[in-house]
Design a protein around this ligand. Structure first.
Ligand code: NAD
Ligand code: UD1
Length: 338
């Protein structure tokens, strides 16, 4: 029996694939390389010391998915494939609704047709919207998302819940990620954004590498420890390990399960800059600029439910996250293009 990993060539999918292989699982990765590079596949195999199956496939292509399910003995799916750029989603909402929502519906139809009804889904803290106050708990009412990307995550959560309600054979685990950063300790795989990074850590590492002059800090007048935005950064390898626990849960029990994956601890932008400088030994020049529209002051998780029900806790701290992010960037200044 194999686990199908959609979007397994991406940032979180590649790290999770290594953990799955190291735990002895057989996996089949599918990806259309919209936001990733085939080179990562060799690196996954090398780091895990174990081979796996790969098919270049778009999750919106039902015929291609059917072939994958016919070719391999798949009993569960970890579903990472999706588009994730908030700004782009505001400019191209239909692309996001089509790729993320239609893609997930097509994937679930193919799964059902082949008797595979177990799925772990990559959701986001963004589904808590603007009205909930941190620490964010799974019992809070989600919604009120502020951009099409976030809305796709919220809608997909609803679709998966409706599906499980309609057919008790389904088992769904929704994982709400907080802010994944860091990289595999080898420095061989990591996050490789196209163009100018939108997110904080890839921007910091590019400044440290001399690819950008300075970091723009989006506002220092929030009601936080030093006025800059506070987030719950989580090491991508901790996040990856959370998926193995989620998989055990759905292989064991039917139903819908929702978990935050975060550390429960928030850091401000300036605290992250300081931690990064300490871990890398490199100075990160920054300038305070206007707030970024749509940003919240503070966002961090209550990770208690994942601890109690999945026996999962994030183990790696901010220093390790920064050191590993820097190692990846330093060894691969141009990401997978190197
Ligand atoms: P990523 O872009 O690195 O990986 C996503 C992968 O999916 C890419 O390899 C891309 O080529 C592939 N893909 C996209 N559309 C596809 C399609 N139609 N068919 C097949 N493959 C397709 O992103 P990531 O950071 O690894 O994120 C993985 C998942 O986690 C996404 O669903 C994302 O929305 C979610 N998520 C990410 C974050 C984050 O900060 N990175 C936070 C919360 C949730
Ligand atoms: C962003 C997304 C969110 C997504 C999350 C995934 C936006 C508006 N939100 O959230 O939907 O789920 O990533 O990890 O894009 N910052 C700077 N300078 C920068 C970049 C960021 O000061 O160049 C600050 C931000 O204002 C924020 C913090 O750093 O306070 C983290 O930003 P980012 O990494 O973009 O993550 P989120 O805003 O949490």
């Amino acid at each position: 029996m194999a686990v199908l990993v959609t979007g397994g060539a991406g940032y979180i999918g590649s790290h999770t694939s290594i953990e799955l292989l190291e735990s002895g699982k057989d996996i089949v990765i599918i990806d259309n390389f919209y936001n990733s590079c085939p080179k990562v596949l060799d690196r996954i195999e090398k780091l895990a010391g174990k081979g796996f199956a790969f098919e270049e496939c778009d999750i919106r292509d039902r015929a291609a998915l059917d072939k994958v399910f016919e070719k391999y003995d798949i009993d569960s799916v970890i579903h990472f494939a999706g588009l994730k750029a908030v700004g782009e989603s505001c400019q191209k909402p239909l692309l996001y609704y089509e790729n993320n929502i239609s893609g997930t519906v097509t994937l679930c139809e193919a799964m059902a047709a082949h008797g595979c009804k177990k799925i772990v889904f990559s959701s986001s803290a963004t589904v808590y919207g603007e009205h909930n106050v941190s620490p964010l708990k799974e019992t809070m009412i989600a919604g009120g998302t502020t951009n099409p990307y976030g809305t796709t995550k919220f809608f997909i959560e609803q679709i998966l819940q409706d599906l499980a309600k309609s057919d008790p054979e389904w088992s769904v685990c929704i994982l709400r990620y907080f802010n994944p950063i860091g990289a595999h300790i080898s420095g061989m795989i990591g996050e490789s954004p196209n163009g100018i990074p939108n997110n904080l850590m890839p921007y910091i590492t590019q400044v440290a590498e001399g690819k950008r002059e300075f970091l723009s800090v989006y506002g220092n007048d929030y009601d936080t420890i030093d006025g800059t935005g506070v987030r719950d950064y989580i090491h991508v390898v901790d996040l990856a390990k959370g998926h193995l626990k989620a998989l055990d849960k759905i292989l064991d029990e039917n139903g819908v399960f929702v978990y935050n994956l975060g550390t429960g601890r928030g850091y401000s932008v300036l605290e992250v800059v300081a931690a990064f400088e300490k871990a890398s030994g490199v100075k990160v020049p920054y300038k305070i600029v206007d707030r970024r529209p749509g940003d919240l002051a503070t966002c961090y998780s209550d990770p208690t439910k994942a601890k109690e029900e999945l026996n999962w806790v994030a183990e790696k701290g901010i220093d390790e996250m920064c050191a590993d992010s820097y190692r990846w960037q330093h060894q691969n200044p141009n990401g997978y293009e190197d």
